[in-house]
Design a protein around this ligand. Structure first.
Ligand code: DX5
Ligand code: ZN
Length: 214
């Protein structure tokens, strides 16, 4: 299996001290940026201006998770930041293949996120157009929710679908050292964690422990 990548979600950071919070996760592989529009998900979070500020503090690539109903417009605002990944939601894309091509044409890795109820089947014909599948393990919109147990089966099915392709299998929501080992055994290789990392006494030690869960 590929090296486990750990992506702390800044949604769980203390925004009053965002710079300090980012320095507490300086050994992360990616900084996960949850962009919420108050429409696709009930909550509102932040956009490209905050993402840019994050880049000015730490030299870690961004993993942009777009929970927005208009991903095609939104992508254009994030492309200039050159994030490592831009991930859009399957449920929001009428022309998914075209949107993925646009992200990749810009030289950025393209991801597709699936809400817990969304079947994997819709990805079958775009596997050559994507770099990451994000299996949401909670309903998106908030940090600090419980991992949905039936997502185990979905992670396993996604691993099977990916086969030998160079596609990362990301999971997001309710993940901590408590359940990580099991989730990795199901096939996940790219881990988003918000509350667990930022609530840890020493987030860098916590990230190292997560990385060792392989
Ligand atoms: C949920 C977001 C997650 C969230 C994860 O909508 O996509 O990235 O920040 O937070 P935890 O790890 O606290 O469940
Ligand atoms: Zn996320």
């Amino acid at each position: 299996m590929d090296k486990l990548l750990i992506c702390p979600s800044i949604l769980a950071a203390d925004f009053r001290h965002l710079g300090d919070e980012l320095r507490r996760v300086a050994n992360a592989d990616y900084i996960h940026v949850d962009v919420m529009d108050g429409h696709f998900v009930p909550n509102l979070s932040f956009g490209p201006m905050i993402a840019k500020a994050v880049q000015e503090v730490v030299d870690i690539p961004l993993d942009v998770h777009l929970m927005v109903t208009n991903p095609d417009d939104c992508i254009e605002r994030f492309i200039p930041l050159r994030p490592g990944f831009i991930t859009i939601h399957y449920e929001t894309c009428t022309h998914l293949q075209r949107t993925l091509v646009r992200i990749r044409e810009a030289g950025i890795k393209a991801g597709v996120a699936l809400n817990p109820h969304t079947p994997l089947a819709g990805l079958e014909y775009v596997l050559d157009d994507l770099d990451l599948i994000l299996v949401m393990t909670v309903n998106p919109g908030y940090g600090g929710q419980e991992f949905i147990p039936s997502m185990d089966q979905k992670i396993k099915a996604a691993r099977h679908l990916i086969g030998q392709r160079p596609i990362r299998l990301q999971v997001d929501g309710g993940i901590s050292l408590e359940n990580l080992h099991h989730i990795v055994a199901c096939g996940a290789d790219t881990i988003v964690a918000g509350s667990a990392v930022f609530q840890a006494q020493d987030p860098m030690v916590y990230i190292d422990k997560m990385r060792a869960a392989q």
